[in-house]
Design a protein around this ligand. Structure first.
Ligand code: PLP
Length: 463
């Protein structure tokens, strides 16, 4: 507590940083803007909003100042700067009081050298994985939810009409939202399609004490209903249109630079569905360049499942022809989205980073994930999409052997045990499951065990 007050006082003696909502990619003579304490999700024209920081105030300090400030806070325990998100508070929500922040000290996820996969699968020596799924609720969604729920906490203290926070989601969003709401004691409402989600997806909001409404429709039906409900009732909408979440997510990009001692990688590959995260990465990198922490930004790759690939098709048309698609089922369930909310944000991010879009079939993503797992990486299917994209871009010669490349892992593999189990027992229709590793059934006597082992050891010595 004492620490918090001290930090607050220190900050208030430095120049005032601020941020506001503006229409996303507004033309330069637009004057539309909103205070962050307003409850608003869309611009007057119905478009997306963006959180815009007072860059002139931030620019009063040079890149060296910011680098050493961020470095001095990383991984420490001082509230709230020990969080990977709040260690960049001045760039995230500069005006929120530290006491309003709701945090699990998310972020600071490991960035590891994928040495064996790099060498054996893609012939690379500088391949890295940013492990964003090693997080409180098992996905990068925590980085955004700490910001959204902290701001809601502030709004409630300011007596704004927010009785609860709600979202429609089948998986990671509801897990993260319900956890942060539970931390702060804010009522959380989750709309879920009945019988369409697994126990693993259901268990987090239930355990976190959310009010879970299960209804006889699909995800889009739930989304439609929660939008109508939040228009009528003082329930704050936490869906992915909300631009606050991206402010937290962008810190993963800043963290990558920080972990490389402010060296800029050549490529960063991000799996994309609703397409907020790819923009968040762009925003984080771009801010570091604009404020002089680094002198360039990496080329971004957005990786999509071929079964839900509207951004890929848009890219292939030379950014001329966008059409929503009907998303087909994919093992990468968090990116099974045919009409992404943040399509314009993603196109902007890719065009401004000399970026590209690649896609992966179900077999490609499951094989890539299984291969990575067999090298100790235990990936989720979305990370499989990013790795499959990497494999294809290496084959095409787009990414070179010595390019410093980061694959963003978005969720923990343990959230997706069912698809892994199906793969390894070859229970997936029309899939060879080339890297399946099934357990060997053996009688419980020494002779049988020795036989099985001698087979195994012989194979091993040959390979
Ligand atoms: C939400 C999510 C994504 C997709 O992020 P977008 O911002 O919607 O593109 C990818 N992977 C996982 C595990 C997710 O939970």
């Amino acid at each position: 507590m004492q620490n918090t007050l001290m930090e607050d006082r220190q900050l208030s003696s430095t120049p005032k940083f601020s941020a506001k909502y503006v229409p996303f990619n507004a033309d330069s003579n637009s004057t539309e803007s909103y205070h962050l304490d307003e409850i608003i999700y869309r611009s007057t024209s119905g478009g997306l909003l963006d959180v815009q920081h007072d860059m002139e105030a931030l620019k009063k300090f040079d890149g060296k100042y910011w680098r050493s400030l961020f470095d001095s806070r990383a991984g420490k325990n001082t509230w709230p700067y020990g969080s990977g998100v709040w260690s960049k508070k001045e760039w995230v929500l500069p005006e929120i009081h530290c006491v309003d922040i709701v945090s699990t000290f998310e972020g600071n996820s490991n960035l590891f050298w994928a040495r064996r996969f790099g060498k054996q699968v893609v012939g690379m020596n500088d391949l890295w994985v940013k492990n964003c799924g090693v997080s409180h609720t098992g996905s990068f969604k925590d980085l955004g939810m700490t910001v959204l729920v902290s701001q809601v906490n502030r709004l409630r203290r300011l007596n704004k009409p927010v009785v609860a926070v709600g979202c429609a989601s089948t998986g990671d969003t509801s897990a993260a939202l319900s956890a942060y709401c539970a931390m702060a004691g804010i009522p959380c409402i989750v709309f879920l399609p009945a019988n369409k989600i697994s126990m693993a997806q259901l268990v987090q909001p239930i355990a976190n004490g959310a009010f879970v409404l299960s209804m006889d429709t699909d995800f889009d039906g739930c989304m439609q209903l929660i939008r109508e409900v939040t228009a009528e009732l003082p329930i704050y909408l936490a869906n992915s249109m909300n631009s606050l979440r991206l402010e937290g997510q962008k810190t993963a990009a800043i963290e990558i630079l920080q972990q490389f001692d402010w060296q800029v990688p050549d490529w960063v590959i991000v799996p994309g569905g609703n397409l907020g995260n790819i923009y968040a990465f762009y925003k984080g990198f771009h801010m570091c360049k604009e404020l002089g922490l680094v002198d360039k930004i990496p080329r971004l790759v957005c990786a999509q499942a071929a079964n839900a690939n509207p951004l890929y098709l848009y890219f292939k048309s030379g950014w001329k022809d966008y059409k929503a698609v009907k998303a087909k089922t994919t093992f990468a369930s968090a990116i099974q989205i045919g009409d992404p909310v943040s399509i314009d944000r993603a196109a902007y991010a890719l065009m401004n980073s000399n970026g590209i879009v690649e896609e992966a079939t179900e077999e490609e993503l499951m094989d890539a994930s299984a291969q990575a797992d067999s090298m100790g990486m235990f990936t989720c299917p979305h990370t499989g999409v990013a790795l499959a994209a990497l494999i294809k871009l290496r084959k095409k010669g787009v990414i070179a052997p010595n390019d410093k490349t980061v694959v963003v892992s978005t969720a923990h593999g343990l959230k997706f045990t069912q698809s892994k189990t199906d793969y390894h027992s070859k229970q997936i229709a029309d899939m060879a499951c080339r890297y399946a590793n099934s357990p060997v059934q053996v009688k419980a006597d020494l002779k049988s065990v020795m036989e099985a082992l001698s087979n195994f050891l012989q194979q091993h010595s040959k390979s």
